[in-house]
Design a protein around this ligand. Structure first.
Ligand SMILES: Nc1ncnc2c1ncn2[C@@H]1O[C@H](COP(=O)(O)OP(=O)(O)O)[C@@H](O)[C@H]1O
Ligand SMILES: O=P(O)(O)OC[C@H]1O[C@](O)(COP(=O)(O)O)[C@@H](O)[C@@H]1O
Ligand SMILES: [Mg+2]
Length: 538
């Protein structure tokens, strides 16, 4: 019996821990089967040799089981989907919470006096609010067969099932009085182009609502506990030009205090709106903070903005900073190409970031058109042997005279020595696959008696530290503004994202149950293979 293992957990426990190394098994299975079923719900489909599907429930949430022989399975699935993608609201904990007409307005009149103290008067007629019942379609392709490339199917027949998620944007009613808000912004994890753009937009939008008490928490979650780190007052004036440089105005860090200590610190500081910029680890923390606030009956809105150049957050078109990373990587790849092309039997090796997801390596290879071999964590490969990477390099040197390899940092971890170390956040410290490829390539060509000039480029931190490009600048702007709209609308435990070019709110657990990965059966990976012309290396 073959298992198509695509189980995800939607539990929102305060101790939500990411299954950091669980992906390898799933990845290998998916690669072998060449079939991608939908990463939704907690259903685990098993295909018997007779071709019939039966359904098992995962241990975490048996209520999510779906029996496809039930004629009503589709509507039950949709109900369950609606429940899972419901976005938590302040009124869940405070049913009597009062709402107020929004102080955010799109049409404003320039005041006739110099006195802006009360803000700009609004045009009462039209504000351009979002209706709370507006929805965005999560999946837009109707696959008619599970064997269709990249198919994401719920049932064996790949039945079309509409899946709607909540549209982001300003609402008519708000659940916080701006004068009673103390808003805090924190940036966690590694750097990512666009962090300053998002900080800037959050501050600007908060001010438009009328919030005056806005602070930055320095150096990630640590800023909540480390003595000597004081919060930074923020205003439009302070953030006006911060998007012109990379990094984070507030600083970042990994590790830090417990969730309970963070919430205690928030209570002491009187923070009732928290904007959390970070990746899957940060979001697990944000969701735990949200749950702890509910437990303590605190009227607090916790809203995430997904940050990761790895692009490894589920369900969204892309995360901010990813486009910039791909663009910046072009310079490294081009340098590797020129070095390789100008040398006698030149081989350029470029390592790009991507802990468990090869999106940067794949997209950068596609964009450059100069890469002969792209290696990503999702697709296993051998270095040695008749189908190994080195044999193909020999072929490239013999036929083209030079070659460029682009490798994601998380690729081929079975080929490097395990460090068994973790960083302060619990992320596994990876072995250096780039150095390994460089060394093995040099050794191989020496052994076979063919001269080869191998150059290794590691531009990873240069890529991460640069400022956002125009496209990411726009994405950051929309996400930052929508984060504030979500908080004022009374939502908490949510994150913002772009979904089929529209902007949405997701409940946090749905986007971080595991890191998003490149599907080796997707059209995009196939396009990359077509472009590089590389064979299978297994
Ligand atoms: N499962 C978790 N629960 C609570 N906090 C977490 C969790 N995982 C990571 N964190 C915290 O989130 C912050 C950033 O996590 P990290 O994994 O380094 O970066 P990223 O958010 O970019 O994935 C760290 O301060 C870390 O302590
Ligand atoms: O050197 P650091 O800060 O640990 O960062 C390395 C990691 O940061 C990343 O760029 C992004 O990771 P996060 O999303 O966890 O911040 C990874 O690609 C990379 O493995
Ligand atoms: Mg992470």
């Amino acid at each position: 019996m073959e298992t198509l293992s695509h189980t995800i957990t939607t539990s929102a426990s305060p101790k939500l821990r990411l299954p950091r190394n669980d992906n390898v098994h799933r990845r290998l299975l998916r690669f072998r089967h060449g079939f991608s079923s939908l990463n939704l719900g907690t259903l685990r489909s098993q295909r018997s040799t007779s071709g019939f599907f039966k359904v098992e429930c995962s241990q975490q949430s048996s209520k999510n089981c779906i029996d496809f022989s039930d004629p009503d399975w589709k509507s039950k699935f949709q109900q369950d989907f609606e429940r899972r993608f419901n976005i938590p609201h302040i009124t869940d904990t405070f049913p009597d919470a009062q709402s107020f007409p929004s102080t955010f307005c799109l049409r404003m009149r320039t005041p006739v006096t110099e006195d802006f103290a009360e803000g700009y008067p609004s045009d009462e007629e039209w504000h351009g609010y979002i209706n709370n019942n507006d929805r965005v379609l999560l999946k837009v392709i109707h696959y008619s067969s599970p064997t269709s490339a990249g198919a994401e199917c719920i049932d064996p027949n790949c039945t079309w099932v509409e899946q709607w998620v909540h549209r982001a944007g300003p609402r008519e009613k708000i659940y916080f009085k701006p004068e009673e808000v103390k808003a805090a912004i924190v940036t966690c994890g590694g750097l990512c182009p666009g962090l300053n753009d998002v900080i800037r937009q959050i501050v600007i939008t908060l001010e438009i609502y009328g919030v005056k008490n806005i602070v930055g928490i320095p150096f990630g979650y640590r800023g909540f506990s480390d003595k000597g780190l004081t919060e930074m007052p923020l205003s439009r004036k302070v953030v006006q030009n911060i998007h012109l440089s990379g990094g984070s105005l507030l600083g970042v860090s990994r590790g830090g205090p417990s969730v309970s200590d963070i919430v205690t610190s928030m209570e002491e500081r009187g923070i009732n709106m928290l904007f959390v910029l970070g990746g899957n680890g940060t979001h697990a923390g944000a969701n735990a903070i949200h749950n702890e606030c509910r437990k303590r009956k605190l009227k607090v809105a916790v809203v995430g903005v997904p940050k990761t150049i790895d692009n490894d957050i589920l369900l969204m078109d892309k995360t901010f900073g990813f486009d910039t990373a791909v663009e910046e990587a072009q310079r490294a790849i081009n340098s590797a190409y020129i070095e390789a092309h100008s040398a006698y039997h030149g081989i350029g090796v470029v390592k790009l970031m991507g802990r468990s997801s090869g999106f940067i390596a794949m997209q950068s290879s596609l964009a450059s058109g100069q890469v002969d071999i792209c290696l990503i964590p999702e697709v296993p490969f051998n270095l040695h042997g008749p189908h190994g990477v080195l044999r193909h390099l020999k072929y490239l040197i013999e036929t083209k005279g030079s070659a460029v390899v682009c490798v994601a940092e998380g690729a081929g971890q079975n080929l490097v020595e395990k460090t068994n170390a973790t960083d302060a956040s619990g992320n596994v410290v990876l072995g250096d696959i780039g150095v390994r490829i460089q060394q093995e390539t040099k050794k191989y060509f020496k052994e076979i008696g063919i001269p080869a000039d191998v150059k290794y480029i590691d531009p990873t931190y240069m890529i991460r530290a640069c400022r956002a490009n125009a496209s990411d600048g726009i994405l950051c702007t929309v996400l930052g503004q929508n984060a504030v709209h979500g908080a004022f609308a009374g939502y908490s435990g949510i994150t913002v994202g772009i979904c089929n070019t529209h902007y949405v709110y997701f409940p946090i657990p749905e986007v971080i149950s595991h890191p998003r990965e490149v599907d080796p059966n997707s059209r995009m990976w196939h396009r990359c293979l077509t472009s590089t012309g590389q064979p299978d290396f297994i």
